[in-house]
Design a protein around this ligand. Structure first.
Ligand code: G6P
Length: 610
């Protein structure tokens, strides 16, 4: 995780760095820092806490100079303190470095450096690298960085400066994203192109094991032997997403993103539904129809919310396309080495396109020779670039740490993919046409569903003091229950468990008492009666029940303590429609608990470490 911004050019660096960091705060926000240079002096400022603390510090003690590097941190090694914040320097203060990733062999390296008399001033893995670079430094920063990195095991995206080479920035990447920016005022480095919006006009993405060097006038990218490599220069516009990262009149990004869903769903489907052939189309799958028909198994791999979308995908591919499918946590899949047949297709599902485990799972399946496709939101992200093909969500930037609109768009894309795959197999034109009609109606239905907000607020007020929640659903609503529970945990810090409704009697029902509300997902569907029996089992144990149910459902209203009605949709779309009240419920409860909804404690939006 962590965000990196560097600049060298013809204007003051500190405002550029602070502005870039503000755009990267989603990558981590427990501390931040910057260092700028004038002549042969470096000016270091770093602070624990939110970026506002660093901005205050820089306002009180300006950091002058036209070049510098900066960082916003999500702690891995060492607590969130001033001294653990980046940049880190060597003992003499000649070299400064910011780092995203994990140096896995840092304790061995640290031990060796300590034996040579180096004294450490932080608890981080990163500081090792600053001392190592200083150890190799002999007037050529690029060479010193190259030599130091040769000793490192782990992952890194770094930006480095030396007091002795004013105006020069060196960057390198292995497993953590880094992009070089080119603009009228100078050159930039960042962990994400979005940090450079309004500054750089063009970008060059670094690949793993590449090192770059930039000054105000020029830049170069080299491989690990320091040979120059050609890298495509692209317009930054292409990578800034289709949406607006402004909060507008909404008090939080999360709420704005919840309310954007009618539009983001329409965007996910735009130009992809084909009425005449009763199927869906995708520009970038890069599969021939022959390859498509050969696929006899699908693996979906992802983390967090994207994993929950993956479970819906598993059900969709099996129901609509009759292709055996399974979903795997990327962190497990990457090390598990499961037997996979030749005609298996692997999907990596990810909002950010940078999640370290998902990226590693994608690489592992590519290495094994499988066609690996991405379902991704961020254009130009590592996973989008490395996959054999894929589908973009076009949901626009998602800033709230708790994923909302990306989830519903992922499910919509998976439904369209299942339709497409199904239509190359047994799914009839009539069935295909019906699905298209249902998908087309979805944005308007979701707009209507948002009307549940006042009701959700009442429910939140009644239950926000509970310390445990259960979320229960069956079939397509089982992953929806997992996702509802995750939302609540993430932003309100209340313990919540998602469970298949029938499975709770094998354990979790022991948790039920008058203080433990159960959120039942029970709109009308094929297992409605079964879910009603499960609800009775909870009521029989005096557990309060909040039911997300079909509009006008009297049977549910007679049993549940509180109901949140939602419009009826076919079962495979219920995870999208029920997501709306569950997202709003988590949001309202978190507000009542006084939590920071957009930046919950301990989390980060994009998890680029293992
Ligand atoms: C983090 C975020 C989650 C997200 C997960 C996977 O944990 O806080 O909201 O679901 O990463 O992220 P991805 O970008 O791969 O979908």
């Amino acid at each position: 995780m962590c965000g990196i911004v560097g600049f060298t050019g013809r204007r003051e660096a500190a405002p550029v760095l602070l502005q870039g960091l503000a755009r990267l705060e989603y990558r981590g926000y427990d501390s931040s820092g910057l260092i700028t240079g004038t002549g042969d002096s470096l000016h270091l400022r770093k602070k624990a806490g939110r970026l506002a603390e660093l901005a205050k510090e820089v306002a009180a003690r300006p950091a002058p100079g036209c070049y510098g590097i900066s960082h916003t941190r999500w702690a891995t090694h060492g607590g969130a303190t001033d001294r653990n914040a980046h940049p880190h320097t060597d003992t003499a203060g000649d070299i400064a470095l910011v780092h995203n990733g994990v140096i896995e062999n840092y304790s061995t390296l640290k031990h060796q450096l300590q034996e040579d008399g180096v004294e450490f001033r932080s608890d981080t893995d990163t500081e090792v690298l600053a001392h190592l670079i200083a150890h190799y430094y002999d007037g050529d920063l690029l060479e010193a960085v190259k030599n130091a990195l040769a000793l490192v095991k782990g992952t890194y995206g770094i930006a480095v400066v030396s007091r002795k080479e004013p105006g020069v920035l060196v960057g390198a990447r292995l497993g953590s994203p880094l992009v070089l920016g080119i603009g009228p005022d100078g050159n930039y480095l960042a962990s994400d192109a979005s940090a450079l919006a309004g500054y750089a006009t063009q970008v060059v993405y670094l690949n793993d094991r590449q090192i770059c060097q930039l000054d105000p006038e020029a830049w170069v990218i080299r491989n690990q032997d320091l040979d120059t490599v050609d890298a495509p220069v692209q317009d930054i516009e292409h990578f800034l997403g289709d949406g607006d990262a402004d909060r507008g009149d909404f008090p939080h990004y999360m709420l704005k993103e919840i309310y954007e869903q009618p539009e983001t769903l329409a965007n996910a489907m735009r130009g992809r539904l084909d009425e005449p052939d009763a199927t869906a189309h995708f520009g970038g799958l890069n599969l021939t129809s022959h390859e498509l028909r050969q696929i006899d198994r699908i693996i979906l791999t992802a983390c967090g919310t994207s994993y929950h979308a993956g479970i819906v995908g598993e059900y969709l591919f099996e129901e609509l396309a009759r292709i055996p499918a399974e979903v795997e946590y990327a962190s497990e899949f990457r090390y598990r080495n499961p037997p996979i047949d030749r005609h298996t297709l692997v999907f990596a599902i990810t909002q950010s396109g940078e999640t370290a485990d998902t990226l590693a799972a994608l690489r592992e399946s590519k290495r094994m020779g499988h066609t690996t496709l991405a379902i991704c939101n961020v254009v130009g992200s590592s996973i989008a670039r490395e996959a054999c093909g894929g589908v973009y969500l076009h949901a626009g930037p998602e800033v709230g740490v708790a994923s909302t609109k990306a989830f519903t768009s992922q499910v919509a894309v998976l439904a369209m993919l299942a339709l497409y795959f199904g239509r190359t197999r047994h799914l009839s034109a009539t069935q295909g046409a019906r699905i298209i009609e249902e998908l087309r109606a979805l944005p308007e239905i979701v707009r209507k569903t948002l009307g549940c907000h006042p009701r959700v607020k009442e429910v939140a007020r009644k239950y926000y003091t509970a310390r445990n929640f259960l979320y229960l659903g069956r079939q397509y609503l089982y992953p929806a229950a997992l996702e509802g529970a995750l939302k609540l945990k993430e932003i309100s810090y209340i313990h919540a468990e998602g469970y298949p409704a029938a499975e709770m009697k094998h354990g979790p029902i022991a948790l039920v008492d008058e203080n433990t509300p159960s959120v039942f997902l029970c709109p009308k569907g094929s297992v409605f009666d079964k879910v009603m029996s499960n609800m009775q089992e909870i009521k029989a144990r005096r557990g309060p029940v909040i039911a997300v149910c079909s509009e006008g459902d009297r049977e549910v209203a007679a049993v549940a303590d509180d109901v949140i009605p939602v419009p009826d949709v076919p079962e495979y779309l219920q995870p999208i429609v029920t997501a709306i009240p569950l997202q709003l419920l988590a949001y309202e409860i978190a507000l009542l608990c006084g939590c920071d909804v957009d930046k919950p404690r301990n989390l980060a939006k994009s998890v680029t470490v293992e």
